[in-house]
Design a protein around this ligand. Sequence first.
Ligand SMILES: [Zn+2]
Length: 77
Amino acid sequence: MNGREPEGQFRELNAGRLFCSSCGRSTPVRERLLLVLPDGCLYEYRCAVCGSVTGDKKTRGAGNGGLFRGFGGGRVR
Ligand SMILES: [Zn+2]
């Protein structure tokens, strides 16, 4: 790691950024705890720029792993 940044086309699938349909681009997200369930927690991701919901995540058990999906992630250009 020498500070090189990936260039060109690559898929941003990390939880830090999600595609926001309102902004039309990938934006940083803010994680917010929505619901505490008996078997896990439901988190909501909102665009840090405009505040639109861009995804959610449900954790199971002790909060390790869990399902994560972005609402805009399935869009193919
Ligand atoms: Zn946005």
